[in-house]
Ligand binder design. Sequence first.
Ligand code: ZN
Length: 499
Amino acid sequence: MTTAQALEKLKSYEQADFALGHAEGLMFYDGATVAPKGSAEVRAATLAELSRMSYELTTSPETVEMLETLKADSASLDPVTARKVELLYRDYDRTNKIPKDEYIAYSRLMSQSDAVWHEAKEKSDFAMFEPYLQQMFDTNKRIALYIEPGKHPYDTLLDGYERGLTRASCDSFFTSLRQKLVPLIRKVCENAHRVDDAPLQRIFPVEKQRAFSEYVMDLIGIDKNHCILGETEHPFTTDFSKYDVRITTHYHEDMVASSLYSVIHEGGHALYELHTGDELQFSVLGGGASMAMHESQSRFYENIIGRSRGFCGLIFPWLKREFAPLLDDVDDDRFYRMINKSTPSLIRTEADELTYCLHVMIRYELEKRLFEGELRAKDLPGEWNRMYKEYLGVDVPDDRHGVLQDSHWADGNIGYFPSYAIGSAYGAQYKREMQKEFDFDAAVAQGDIKRISDWLEQKIWRHGRMMDPGDLFASVCGKFDPECYVGYLTDKYSEVYSL
Ligand code: ZN
């Protein structure tokens, strides 16, 4: 194969690869939104078939020859093509080490386990989900060992979500967070009476909340021509290129802030996808750089912008007017404090900015111990409840509000959770860098979110996967420094609670 032939082959490979991913993603989206419950089994069979096609495409001798030809001649390639070849080769190498039957069986297991988890959560019945969960951990362990036999399987999984991440780096990150945040959380708890958020638990009609979501999407600059908002049990974002991004939320009548911050969080993911470079679309370079980079955008919009005093000042007049008289007894300052009330709680996705990372730490510790053979799936509810008591001081009433709350393990996303905490910490450094160029708080207060989005687009979004996440972060902020995040939280909560 000549280089010219290999470049032609690359085009047809990308078309086929995109089409398979598109179909798979749409089926997932359909399953999570409108498909009838009884359709899960048929969908699982189709998804398994798609995953077989994807495996065969990735590992076919023709693909390998194409990649090897281009790799050998990489000096002659433009930077975008050279990067595509680098990442596609990495994908091929990873996939090729997994036996085909195992790969397809895993796709089937994911579909089944997701369906069983939904029912188990509804019924709060862990025993029903336990065998699938154990199988999910066992399969992930086997796959990790196929990929890198000489490496600890949990490190391989962490690296799959965030290149270069290891148990050692997670341990040091989480230890420094825990040492600084636990005393701060304790102080906030002692002063809990200073913030009363009862008005946020009044009944806010869902129809109006839907209109509010549309308003908020406009406010943060989401192009609705390429992004729509749906409703699901668990909010998520999925995309099929920058031209078709889907976000979802869930409305609770008596928790108006819940959907608000889901829309902003998923909106942050959407903005990243909507602004990746045109030249990167329909290829392996089209999405975000990694899960932590992605979560760093969503958590930045949700918290550092969305829970700031300036942003609360922007949305409060709309809420007060449209939901009148529900918030007539609340003023701007109280609204800001209510939005930032911190209470140790049961549910990660509803957690406040301060206690959030403790929820992530618990999941990380449990995953690590499972992979070290200290725990089995059956031990999880007990350990989960014990750690929630130890870390957050709360009693878990049932598994629905405990170990069954997240979909990640059911969907095979093991090693993903640390991305949330690392992404949250990245955000504080983005803010610090922005402030060297403009007044961040003033921009938010004036509703000039575009000033911030433009900065992120230039520095991060448009690059897609052109750089590995660690290099991309370093190019924007220099060295990763969790102390910056601790400082941000300390300043913010000391002010909110007058500590
Ligand atoms: Zn997210």
